[in-house]
Write a protein that binds this ligand. Structure first.
Ligand SMILES: Nc1ncnc2c1ncn2[C@@H]1O[C@H](COP(=O)(O)OP(=O)(O)OP(=O)(O)O)[C@@H](O)[C@H]1O
Length: 355
């Protein structure tokens, strides 16, 4: 378990131009939980990662792992305590002149483990990440996804209780990303790790996260369980986690309505039920319906006859669907624009938007 309490990082503290990059960040990740942190470039994600594994000393606040405040430790205590947090970086920065097995062995060698125990542990770890047959290959002989799996094996070498993944799927192709994410959930479950998963890829969050925090200008501005967020029509983060392509425009005399599942009890045949009950045609203009861990969530735009909007909204509410028109009568805005704007707001800095 890792608890982060009022974590603050100010670069240039004491100078005339201090920059507060992390501003009183609070969160807790339990053992067996994956907490995803998402945010735009410059939000402070890398600084957060470096402060969590104490490569960077926070200006104030605490990083507490299994009850021990790592920020209170002196240099030698810290070296020891760092072992409790294993880190996988963006490009796992393996040593080019060492084989996969020798890379995984590195932390054990620094620790002074015996050759026999190191050999056994490395074999177990490479087996765990599905690379037992690649032990003697060098990094350039491995694919990007395989290198990241070696990175996980190395991060787990010292039996940490926290795994920190810092943009570890960036640059991986979809198949390698899949394998990496599956491995992450496997090690969470098998080893009971608390995982902090830092990323800018919203689709990876939906696949693995139990909880999600949105970092913006050094603050966690939104935080919640993934299943609550994706079912919340008012959550900015929830909308970004339900991305979809452009919706078609509503036809003449039709109104476009955004529909979001806001409970896990929405019947699968809700569209047929509403059409039958109201006796109107309902057209789907755009949709994203997914099931994650048995929870179906969806975000659609449908069109209904313009004089049936309020009847549709009321009937939808009875099926635990949130339905809202997204355009003023007669206007022809594209509801999909709102979705794109939401995702961009989360992943793009205000400065970049303004450019
Ligand atoms: N050593 C430093 N001294 C001063 N400012 C810094 C330092 N390191 C980072 N910053 C500033 O802190 C802010 C956050 O940077 P950080 O790299 O943590 O963001 P990020 O969210 O990881 O961005 P990206 O996704 O682009 O990597 C930036 O404005 C950056 O310029």
């Amino acid at each position: 378990m890792i608890e982060v309490v009022e974590l603050t990082k100010v670069f240039g503290a004491g100078t005339s131009k201090p920059t507060t990059v992390l501003d009183e960040i609070d969160f807790t990740v339990d053992s067996g939980e994956i907490f995803a942190v998402v945010g735009p470039s410059g939000a402070g994600k890398s600084t957060l990662a470096r402060c969590l594994n104490l490569l960077e000393r926070p200006t104030s606040g605490k990083v507490v792992v299994n009850g021990e405040d790592l920020t209170a430790l002196g240099t030698s205590g810290l070296r020891d305590a760092r072992r409790r947090i294993g880190t996988v970086f963006q490009s796992s920065s393996l040593l080019a002149r060492r084989t996969a097995a020798e890379n995984v062995a590195l932390p054990l060698e620094y620790l002074g483990a015996t050759k026999a125990s190191t050999r056994a542990r490395v074999a177990d770890l490479l087996d765990l990440v599905g690379l037992a047959d690649k032990a003697n290959l060098y990094p350039h002989q491995l694919s990007g996804g395989q290198r990241q799996r070696v990175g996980i094996a190395r991060a787990l070498a010292l039996k940490p209780s926290v795994l920190l993944s810092d943009e570890a799927t960036s640059g991986l192709d979809p198949a390698a990303t899949d394998t990496f994410l599956n491995l992450l959930t496997e090690v969470r479950d098998e080893l009971g790790l608390a995982v902090v998963f830092i990323t800018h890829e919203m689709d990876t969050i939906v696949r693995v996260a139990d909880t999600v925090g949105r970092l913006d200008h050094g603050r966690i501005v939104e935080h919640g369980r993934l299943d609550d967020l994706v079912l919340d029509p008012d959550s900015v983060l929830g909308r970004a986690l339900r991305p979809r392509g452009p919706a078609a425009r509503a036809g003449a005399d039709q109104a476009a309505i955004d529909v979001v599942y806001n409970s896990t009890s929405v019947p699968a045949d809700w569209l047929t039920r509403l059409g039958g009950r109201l006796g109107i045609p309902i057209s789907v203009l755009g949709a994203n319906v997914q099931t994650v861990d048995g929870i179906a969530f969806g975000d659609l735009t449908v069109s209904v006859p313009a004089d049936h909007v309020s009847a549709f909204v009321d009937a939808a509410a009875e099926l635990e669907l949130s339905a809202r028109t997204t355009q003023t009568p007669g206007a022809a805005t594209d509801p999909a624009d709102d979705h794109d704007a939401t995702t961009n707001d989360i992943l793009t800095t205000k400065e970049e938007v303004a450019v």
